[in-house]
Design a protein around this ligand. Structure first.
Ligand SMILES: Nc1ncnc2c1ncn2[C@@H]1O[C@H](COP(=O)(O)OP(=O)(O)OP(=O)(O)O)[C@@H](O)[C@H]1O
Ligand SMILES: [Mg+2]
Length: 410
């Protein structure tokens, strides 16, 4: 693990559940497929040569069909499952830890201080109140009762269960129990969170709120999270990167945009077939770049920002927009921000935004103003323009990532 960014490395991990793992692996090595091995020997090959690299501070979302090995892979990370082959390395403060080879005491320490897990199914102790359940991981540490209570109460508030602290799990709905599990994981100091579909039982509103909390947590506390999800929208929203699993292997690992625009296999392509491009495409892959913007035949310094040529711009020597006009009248540039009342903007305004501007925002700007949006880099230089045309083209793109011919430049 030379890459300083890497937090966890999963290297060629195999896991077989059943009576004779060794026999199953030998058959796998000879090229037999998982299904025939299961029929012949009763062994289930849950992981077969799974490799994965998780970066420090990222949210990595694991996706894949039911039974593809997501939970098993997650459990290998804190050694609830011991791989039959391969290894897992976790970057430690002084050295790398291999939880799959650690002795019981080291493992206990890893689970107490480094990794905490939210399970797919609730794992609350029925004889303990919510407060006592959330306090579970804290009791082994050197903390006073008042300190523990303060942390526990804060986390229960965070997941919206502040009024339920002294209830028992059986008095809660499934979604509420799931939130207790989340609070318990958040209450520990662990820098790595393993989350096995932690939000699946929640209704959409609470689910969105919890997603926002997780994103805030990642930004503020720089926690590294591995998050299993079945929900593509959730994966796209949360994932710094997404790993797709098929039959015990990670078949693709990439940013949401990479996964959607260049799926590595047919399986991945089917998985992302119905992605809403609004949630995924960003300004710099939508825009018409500066180099291809048409210029006024009468004055080559003037860039034409829309097809009709009614919005125009000249640049300063540094490449920043210097003079703007709309239908011959001077115009001004206003940076986009979420609080902007787009519909109430005066006729002389063009909106600018950063290169990461989402398609959703670009669409809103185009719709409200009827004018293109200017994309600027960090130094305020014009890099490209998004017009209605670019948005239409992106919508018409087939999901294999190849633009459908609509004419214009591609
Ligand atoms: N403890 C176990 N004993 C026997 N078989 C198991 C065990 N755990 C998992 N398996 C099998 O290993 C395979 C992978 O299971 P896993 O739970 O990792 O899948 P998953 O991707 O998490 O699926 P889901 O989306 O349904 O949660 C499945 O075929 C499952 O039946
Ligand atoms: Mg699972």
């Amino acid at each position: 693990m030379n890459d300083a960014e890497t937090m966890i490395n999963v290297e060629h991990v195999y896991k077989v559940f059943g009576p004779s793992p060794r026999d199953a692996l030998a058959r796998l090595d000879r090229g037999e497929d998982r299904e025939s091995i299961r029929k012949a020997t009763g062994n289930v090959i849950a992981l077969a040569d799974a490799s994965l690299e998780v970066r420090r501070g990222e949210i990595l979302v694991l996706m894949g069909l039911s039974g593809s090995g997501k939970s098993t892979l997650l459990r290998c990370l804190n050694s609830l499952v011991r791989p039959d082959r391969g290894r897992v390395l976790i970057e430690g403060t002084t050295s790398q830890l291999d939880p799959t080879a650690a002795d019981a005491e080291t493992l206990r320490q890893i689970r107490l201080t480094r990794i905490s897990m939210v399970f797919q199914r609730h794992s609350l102790l029925p004889w303990r109140t919510l407060r006592q359940n959330v306090a579970l991981g804290l009791e082994f540490r050197d903390l006073g009762r008042a300190e523990i209570n303060a942390i526990v109460d804060e986390k229960l508030e965070l997941v919206g269960l502040g009024d339920w602290k002294d209830k028992y799990p059986e008095e809660l709905s499934g979604g509420m129990q799931q939130r207790v599990g989340l609070a318990r994981a958040l209450a520990t100091d662990a820098d790595i969170l393993l989350l096995d579909e932690p939000l699946s039982a929640l209704d959409p509103l609470i689910r969105m709120r919890m997603q926002d909390e997780l994103l805030a947590l990642q930004r503020m506390l720089k926690k590294t999270m591995i998050f299993v999800s079945h929900d593509l929208d959730e994966a796209l929203r949360l994932g710094s990167r997404i790993a797709l699993m098929e039959a015990g292997r990670v078949v693709q690992l990439g940013t949401p945009e990479q996964i959607v625009t260049s799926p590595a296999t047919e399986y991945v392509k089917r998985f992302v077939a119905n992605v809403n491009p609004l949630s995924i495409l960003r300004g710099d892959s939508l825009m018409q770049p500066l180099s291809s913007l048409p210029r006024d035949p009468a004055d080559a310094r003037v860039l034409l920002l829309d097809r009709a040529g009614s919005c125009r711009c000249t640049l300063s020597a540094e490449g920043r927009p210097a003079a703007l006009s709309i239908r011959g009248h001077a115009a001004r540039l206003v940076p986009y921000d979420e609080t902007l009342a787009l519909k109430a903007l005066s006729e002389d305004v063009l909106i600018s935004g950063p290169l990461e501007t989402s398609m959703r925002t670009a669409l809103a700007v185009n719709h409200a103003t009827g004018r293109p949006m200017l994309l600027l880099d960090g130094d305020g230089r014009l890099r490209g323009v998004i017009s209605e045309w670019d948005l239409l083209r992106a919508m018409a793109e087939d999901r294999a990532g190849k633009p459908t011919e609509l004419g214009g430049d591609a």
